[in-house]
Design a binder for this molecule. Structure first.
Ligand SMILES: Cc1cc2nc3c(=O)[nH]c(=O)nc-3n(C[C@H](O)[C@H](O)[C@H](O)COP(=O)(O)OP(=O)(O)OC[C@H]3O[C@@H](n4cnc5c(N)ncnc54)[C@H](O)[C@@H]3O)c2cc1C
Length: 394
């Protein structure tokens, strides 16, 4: 059987690429090494936040991704929901950035609302009053329970007779053949297809390392924590804080960003890329994170797998400055990895007319991946190199 498109890797990029190709009526083969998705896509916060992206290309992709998620929400059985995102300023200067962002939003037609400290506290009573100097609320943003979303999305994809889904299938090779390519799995199965799209996440050393383990690509290692269920505490939607305002590209376009004074925090917060985000799950537990340690693309061969307690301690100290919870019992800790391309914000590359690579989307894959893959798949099905899709976007 000849497939129109074989996709290697079924994280958010690969799965949404499959969704798009199926919508176009194509025969799709989706191959994933894990029994379930195991990469960044299921280790994340599930914050779908175009508000964190710089206005322009990436915010546009985030807004389109929100539309795609919204269209899927009724079929995802509670794994996707809309309760908005709230950014909390921890100083008057950060609050000024929120005001400036509100002006940018008004000019660009993005819905948001400035909240006073009292309004923030009314929305999230667990906020430490001494921390909050004001907030900016994006009512249309969504959250995902990524570990539930992916199996439900796979189920939806697999209901289409044009999809062949092969979990627990590692791809060992991709070769050009005739007018297409042949995909070979680790157990020697071979599939012929017109086009192949490799969405391998941070696993850059398995297929085409010569194109992926390059200087402009880095790997980021993040640490995450989950509290025990906190039923009486209600934190709706996505909660982002002062360090996120300082970190996210969105706020770099605010006039007073450059004159923002130092946060005054221990310099290790900056060195370890720690900024504090929170998202509550249906059982009442709270995801708390995150940190960023960086490795070269070649470093994937020897990635550090340890969870550093000093990082967890720093995150918890800052989290406790932000939220007053009845207790801070941590029941789960994990790390996640993503690859990031540092010049264009994603690595999209056609290495031949039939073989294409898509990875390196960094920390914005849940927020922008669905729309990016819509464009990428349209490009390659039209016979255009993936790079052109990126040029059109930028
Ligand atoms: C801790 C953490 C928190 C984050 N929080 C957010 C957030 O709140 N919002 C947001 O927008 N983004 C967030 N991100 C970023 C986002 O999760 C990533 O950008 C996105 O998941 C990357 O998706 P991907 O499909 O490229 O990679 P992955 O999800 O890693 O998927 C790649 C898949 O390819 C498979 N694979 C690789 N090689 C092969 C092979 N040879 N054969 C078969 N299968 C293969 C792997 O098994 C894997 O399942 C976060 C990331 C992390 C790590």
């Amino acid at each position: 059987m000849k497939f129109d498109l074989a996709i290697v890797g079924a994280g958010v990029l690969g799965s949404f690429a499959a969704l798009r190709a199926l919508h176009s009526g194509k025969k799709v083969l989706l191959l994933e090494a894990g029994e379930r998705a195991r990469g960044a896509t299921v280790r994340n916060f599930g914050q779908i936040i175009p508000s964190g992206m710089a206005p322009g290309t990436w915010r546009g992709l985030g807004l389109r991704s929100l539309e795609i998620y919204r269209s899927l929400e009724p079929k995802m059985d509670g794994a996707l929901w809309q309760q908005g995102s709230l950014y909390i300023a921890s100083s008057p200067e950060e609050a000024t950035l929120l005001e400036e962002m509100q002006d940018i939003n008004r000019d660009t037609g993005v819905e948001s609302e400035l909240l006073t400290p009292a309004q923030c506290l009314a929305r999230i009573p667990a906020l430490q009053p001494g921390y909050c100097c004001g907030g900016l609320f994006y009512p249309r943003e969504m959250s995902a329970e990524s570990g539930l979303l992916m199996p439900r999305l796979w189920q939806l994809l697999a209901a289409d007779p044009n999809l062949t889904l092969k979990p627990a299938t590692a791809v060992a090779g991709v070769e050009e053949s005739g007018d297409g390519a042949t995909v070979t799995t680790a157990v020697g199965e071979r599939f012929s297809c017109r086009q192949v799209l490799v969405c391998c996440g941070h696993l850059l050393n398995r297929l085409f390392p010569q194109h992926l383990q390059i200087d402009t690509v880095q790997i980021s290692k993040l640490q995450m924590l989950r509290t025990e269920p906190l039923k009486p505490v209600k934190i709706p939607g996505n909660l982002l804080t002062g360090l996120s305002i300082r970190r996210y590209d969105a706020f770099k376009s605010c006039p007073s960003y450059r004159s923002l004074p130092d946060s005054g925090l221990d310099p290790r917060y900056g060195e370890l890329g720690i900024h504090m985000l929170f998202r509550q799950s249906a059982d009442g537990s709270l995801i708390v994170g995150d940190s960023h340690e960086y490795f070269s693309a070649q470093g994937v061969d020897s990635l550090d797998y340890e969870i550093r307690q000093d990082i967890n301690d720093l995150m918890l100290a800052e989290a406790q400055r932000i939220l007053a919870l009845p207790q801070w019992k941590i029941t789960r800790a994990w790390n996640g990895f993503y690859s990031q391309e540092n010049q264009r914000g994603v690595l999209l590359k056609s290495i031949s007319p039939a073989v294409h690579l898509a990875t390196g989307i960094g920390g914005k894959g849940m927020s922008t991946g669905p729309a990016l893959m819509e464009r990428a798949v349209d490009s390659l099905l039209a016979g255009r190199p993936l790079e052109e899709c990126l040029e059109q976007i930028q």
